[in-house]
Ligand binder design. Structure first.
Ligand code: SF4
Length: 334
C-alpha cells in the first residue's frame, strides 16, 4: 500500500475483536493520502463504517478522542506512539514504520564518527524498528552503542517535546537516524554533545552544529526584543497532550511581579492569523507544542517565546544555560 507499515490486518482484527461498528481514522498530514485506501479496506472486510478525521494531527498529544467520542467505537491513530494520557474512546495506535534501508546513511556518517567510540543511537517513531540493525552494523565497526528509554518514550525514542531518552547518557556523541533538524537540535541543546544526523531519505550525513548556531542566534534576537515587552500573551493549547494551564498561570504571576501585563489565551490550533487580533500584545509565550516558537518563528510578527526563554527575558536564568522546552508525560502527569 505504501512505504509505511500501516498494519491494516491488525486493525481489522481489533475491530472484529471488540465488535466496533463505527471506526475513526486519524492520520498525520504526511499519511492522510492513504486514508481512503485504508478506509475502503476496513469497510470491505469488516462491514464497520469508517469516519476519517480531517483535522490536522501533529503528535500523540493531539488525538481526536474527545471530538470523536460520540461518533466512533474505536479510534485508530497513525504515526505516533501513545503518551501517558487518558483517552475518551478506545484508541489503537499504529506506529506506521517507514520501510527504508538506513545502513547507507549510517555508512555516510562513519567519517563524522571517526573520533568517537561510544555512540548514543537515537531516532523517532517511524524508525524505531531499525535500531537493532543499526546498532549491529555500528558494533561491527568497533563502536559501542548505548540506548535507554525516556520518561514516557521507548528505547532511543525522542519526540519534539521529550528528549529524556538522551539525558545523562554517558556517550561521546549522538547519532540521530532520521530526517529534519528539530529533533537533533533538541538532542544537542539538552545534552551539549555533538550530534551527527544520518538521513536515510537523502542517504547523507551531517553535523547539527551549523543549524544549532543559526537557531540560537535567532532565539537570542527574539529574547532581546522581548525584554522591551510590556504586555504578554500566554498561549495555552486545548490539545490534551499540550495543555499546560498550571505552567501558564505561574508564568502569568511571574510576569505580573515584574510590573508587566500578561493574558492567557486558550486555543486549539496556534497560527499567525489567529494571533492577528491580539496585536496590542508585545510578545507571546507558547506553553503549547515547544516546536511552535522555534520552527515557526519566522511566520510571526511578534516574538514567540518558550517558557524557558521567558526565564532568560526576566533575568531568572542565564543565556548560557539555555535549554529546549519539553513536555514529559509520565502516568498522566507532566
Ligand atoms: S507537543 Fe509537539 S513535539 Fe510534542 S508530541 Fe505534540 S506535536 Fe510532537
Amino acid at each position: 500500500m505504501s512505504n509505511y507499515q500501516l498494519k491494516v490486518e491488525n486493525i481489522i482484527e481489533e475491530i472484529k475483536k471488540i465488535d466496533a461498528h463505527t471506526v475513526g481514522l486519524q492520520f498525520p498530514e504526511g499519511l492522510k493520502i492513504y486514508a481512503t485506501l485504508v478506509a475502503r479496506q476496513i469497510e470491505d472486510e469488516t462491514g464497520a463504517e469508517v469516519i476519517i478525521s480531517g483535522d490536522p494531527s501533529f503528535g500523540a498529544c493531539d488525538v481526536s478522542d474527545a471530538s470523536m467520542k460520540d461518533v466512533v467505537d474505536l479510534l485508530v491513530h497513525f504515526g505516533h506512539t501513545p503518551l501517558h494520557l487518558e483517552y475518551e474512546v478506545p484508541v489503537l495506535f499504529v506506529e506506521a514504520q517507514f520501510q527504508l534501508d538506513v545502513i547507507p546513511a549510517i555508512k555516510e556518517a562513519l567519517n563524522l564518527l571517526e573520533n568517537y567510540k561510544i555512540i548514543g543511537l537515537v531516532t523517532t517513531t517511524q524508525h524505531l524498528h531499525i535500531l537493532d540493525e543499526a546498532a549491529y552494523f555500528l558494533e561491527k565497526e568497533a563502536k559501542t552503542i548505548i540506548m535507554k528509554e525516556g520518561q514516557g518514550t521507548r528505547k532511543a525514542q525522542v519526540l519534539g517535546c521529550n528528549f529524556s531518552a538522551v539525558e545523562e547518557l554517558p556517550v561521546d556523541v549522538f547519532l540521530y537516524v532520521g530526517s529534519g533538524n528539530f529533533h537533533p537540535l533538541g538532542i544537542k541543546l539538552s545534552t551539549n554533545k555533538t550530534v551527527i544526523i544520518a538521513d536515510p531519505y537523502r542517504n547523507e550525513a551531517r553535523n547539527i552544529d551549523q543549524f544549532a548556531d543559526r537557531i540560537l542566534k535567532i532565539r537570542f534576537a527574539r529574547i532581546t526584543k522581548a525584554r522591551e515587552a510590556k504586555k504578554f500573551g500566554i498561549i495555552v493549547s486545548s490539545k490534551k497532550g499540550q495543555l499546560r494551564m498550571e505552567l501558564a498561570k505561574n508564568l502569568k504571576s511571574m510576569i505580573h511581579k515584574e510590573g508587566k501585563e500578561a493574558y492567557i489565551i486558550f486555543m486549539d490550533h496556534v497560527s499567525p492569523e489567529l494571533l492577528i487580533p491580539f496585536m496590542d500584545l508585545d510578545a507571546f509565550l507558547v506553553t503549547a507544542c515547544p516546536r511552535i516558537a522555534i520552527d515557526d518563528a519566522q511566520m510571526y510578527k511578534k516574538p514567540l517565546l518558550t517558557p524557558e526563554e521567558l526565564l532568560i527575558v526576566l533575568d531568572k536564568k542565564k543565556w548560557e544555560d539555555y535549554k529546549i522546552d519539553e513536555i514529559k508525560y509520565v502516568n498522566g502527569n507532566q
